[in-house]
Design a protein around this ligand. Structure first.
Ligand code: COI
Length: 349
């Protein structure tokens, strides 16, 4: 791997007490190109613009996928951890396969990550709940506008110090007109285009005062799917419920971890299809007492309002709710404050 270090770090210019999600990038990035049927030697270089042409294939046809991960400073300050990075690696290549993109070799991904984070270790924030968000992504870089798969690709890893994605609780609108993902489509892949297609419906919802959409199935808009930035959970009685993943729902690594963690903290969870009418009835009669989303960026984010067909339902965000117990248990593992009995923490440094 080639390493080309910056001659002037930007670290001292960063206000670590004000880190909105995705706006600040660390000094370096990893870049690797796929050309002539093979991955070329990766390079760590100063963060900055890449030399691509306006005829770059990904700009025209959206052949691009990404991942979201985080690096955590241990409470002792001595170690840096990742959380289940193998899962991200596999999902990246699964997404790539769906978008007809060649897979990234394991050593490029893991050795690149390790070296990049060793170099930019000082960018990992230390404040409570903060972390270094890692954005690996892969896109078609050919200078080629035939609507067929490209023959050159670029793999990049950016890192970005960040606070939480949501700074309070979330207002969700259940979307029953637009569709995020159809059966047989790309919904289960972390494809850039899935997010692009959500922005217009989301901007309409924002005009109505909501922050995010809770998507329903693309066929009848009857079953709840996911939020785009998070997978959905809600509480009824003492139990939590979440929809099963499918080819139109992203299989969240935080969702999977939550489902494995819940029995350990004495909370029962049911994975089952959730009909919008049952969800609405539970909000209406107050039997649904918590709604929250889980994701890498969002961690565990409580929802205080759910809008369904023009009607808003308030949900109390209780500080001693299941969402909070879960968030504490999960982040205690991620930040090295508790035993890691599942072996989820990956020692990077
Ligand atoms: C993540 O949680 O890493 C995501 O990919 C959500 C993102 C769109 C902010």
């Amino acid at each position: 791997m080639k390493v080309n270090l910056t001659s002037s770090s930007r670290l001292s210019q960063v206000d670590f007490s004000n880190l909105p999600f995705g706006k600040t990038f660390s000094d370096h990035m990893l870049v690797a190109y796929y050309k002539g049927g093979a991955w070329q030697e990766p390079e760590i270089m100063p963060y900055g613009p890449l030399p691509h042409t306006p005829a770059m294939h990904a700009l025209h046809y959206g052949q691009a996928v990404f991942e979201g991960m985080k690096a955590y400073n241990d409470v002792s300050g001595e170690k840096v951890w990742l959380f289940r990075p193998e899962e991200n690696y596999h999902r990246l290549n699964k997404s790539a396969e769906r978008l007809c993109i060649p897979s990234v070799p394991k050593e490029v991904f893991f050795e690149g990550l390790k070296k990049l984070i060793e170099i930019d270790r000082a960018w990992i924030p230390r404040a409570e709940g903060h972390s270094l968000y890692i954005r690996p992504f892969l896109f078609a870089s050919s200078e080629y506008i035939m609507a067929t798969p490209a023959d050159e690709y670029c793999f990049v890893i950016l890192t970005s110090p960040t606070a939480s994605y949501y700074s309070g609780s979330v207002k969700l609108k259940v979307e029953t007109h637009f569709t995020r993902a159809a059966k047989g489509g790309t919904g289960a892949a972390k494809a850039a285009g899935n997010y692009a297609a959500s922005f217009y419906p989301m901007s309409l919802a924002r005009e109505e005062g909501y922050m995010q959409l809770l998507w329903t199935d693309g066929k009848d808009h009857k079953f709840l799917e996911e939020v785009g930035t998070m997978n959905l959970f809600f509480r009824k009685g003492d139990q939590l419920f979440t929809p099963p993943t499918s080819d139109s729902i992203l299989s969240g690594i935080t969702r999977k971890s939550v489902l494995e963690l819940l029995p350990k903290i004495g909370i029962e969870a049911k994975v089952e299809p959730i009909h919008i009418q049952d969800f609405q009835a539970g909000l209406e009669d107050g039997s649904i007492t918590e709604v929250f989303g889980v994701g890498t960026a969002a961690v565990v984010s409580p929802v205080d309002t759910v809008g369904i067909e023009g009607k808003n339902y308030k949900v109390e965000v209780k500080e001693d709710g299941h969402w909070k117990k879960l968030k504490t248990a999960l982040t205690d593992i991620q930040f090295g404050r508790s035993e890691d009995e599942f072996g989820w923490r990956f020692p990077l440094i």
